[in-house]
Design a protein around this ligand. Structure first.
Ligand SMILES: Cc1cc2nc3c(=O)[nH]c(=O)nc-3n(C[C@H](O)[C@H](O)[C@H](O)COP(=O)(O)O)c2cc1C
Length: 325
């Protein structure tokens, strides 16, 4: 498939691996890029410019295809060294950045000057239009189904994607709930020019996470995620577990009085425990409703080849067949 996204990023297939804390490291990013998609390293997991520099170089040893870096702008007090991270991305000649969280207006001039393509991930049409206005090259439109932070508007992709298509001039990537060839064709039908997957890529052989994480997602259905932190306007879709149930009970009990300190036990420092140690009840960790569509742990190449073959069969046989009937 050739779209404005494949052309812009210099990739074979219109498939992107979204930034994922403690998952989007060199082995997964390289595997996705080697399989013809765009693999993305998650800058904040590395934390410092030095460590990000080393991870990009490690990834480059594993693939000669284009790779990207995710830069998430967090509403934290102790801000990471964003200027240093931006410098390392540019110095390493990375050609694409996925930004998320706050809009990337402050870093745009640096990336523009260096010819780095900026794909801003956002959860609403108004944020997508803002990204377009500040010069982003593309957006990833993340629907309510998505794992991670779906925003506060709760608009699912069946509405959000065609709304984005109606308003945007820059190309966009469908994100949230994407798992297979059906997702890709549906996203393209609604105006997207590629798809971004998070949760689905965790369940691959190359994803550098504990086997317990992959098993938990395979075992989960579309009913097993919960939204947490809505009272703090930092809504996150996570896989249900004991810690998440406790967190939700606190949210009910404390109502609008709740503060971040009240739930720190369930949300702080969780990712290394879950992703590296496989302690599945350590706290709340992001997972999409798409878990209900994930039943296996293939290699990344098997997954991407399967998606592309399925997408082609849907377009050429199923859809074409309906027209002929
Ligand atoms: C475990 C996990 C961690 C994530 N961490 C980040 C992150 O650090 N930054 C970010 O921009 N998005 C993050 N995301 C969101 C993904 O990049 C992607 O937008 C989302 O997973 C898409 O929805 P899906 O899971 O239904 O495919 C994360 C998602 C998951 C599942």
């Amino acid at each position: 498939m050739k779209t404005r996204i494949t052309e812009m990023l210099g990739i074979q297939h219109p498939i992107v691996q979204g930034g994922m804390h403690y998952v989007g490291l060199a082995p997964l990013a390289a595997a996705v890029s080697n399989a013809g998609g765009l693999g993305i390293i998650t800058a904040l997991t590395l934390g410092t410019p030095e460590k990000l520099d080393a991870e990009i170089k490690k990834c480059r040893q594993m693939t000669d295809k284009p790779i990207g870096v995710n830069l998430t702008f967090l509403p934290t007090v102790n801000s990471p060294d964003y200027p240093g991270l931006v410098r390392v991305i540019i110095e390493n000649g990375v050609k694409a950045v996925e930004t998320a969280g706050n809009n990337p207006v402050q870093v745009m001039p640096f990336f523009k000057q260096a010819g780095v393509k900026v794909i801003h991930k956002c959860t609403s049409v108004r944020h997508a239009l803002k990204a377009e206005a500040i010069g982003c090259d593309a957006v990833s439109v993340d629907g309510f189904e998505c794992g991670g932070h779906p925003g506060e508007d709760d608009v699912p992709n069946m509405i959000l994607l065609p709304r984005a298509a109606d308003e945007l001039k820059i190309p966009f990537i469908a994100s949230g709930g994407m798992a297979d060839g059906r997702s890709l064709v549906a996203a393209m039908a609604m105006g997207a020019e590629g798809m971004n997957m998070g949760t689905r890529f965790i369940c691959t052989k190359e994803a550098p996470v504990h086997e317990n994480v992959k098993a938990a997602i395979v075992a989960a259905s579309e009913l097993d995620t919960r939204l947490v932190m809505r009272p703090l306007r930092n809504t996150e879709r996570v896989l249900r577990n004991g810690a998440v149930d406790r967190l939700i009970a606190k949210e009910k009990e404390l109502g609008s009085k709740i503060k971040f300190e009240d739930i720190i036990q369930e949300v702080a420092g969780v990712y290394p425990k879950v992703m590296q140690t496989g302690d599945m009840d350590a706290g709340a960790w992001s997972c999409g409703m798409v878990a209900g569509l994930i039943h296996d742990v293939p290699t990344v190449k098997e997954l991407i080849d399967r998606i592309m073959a399925e997408a082609e069969a849907i377009v050429r046989k199923r859809l074409e067949g309906f027209l002929a009937a």
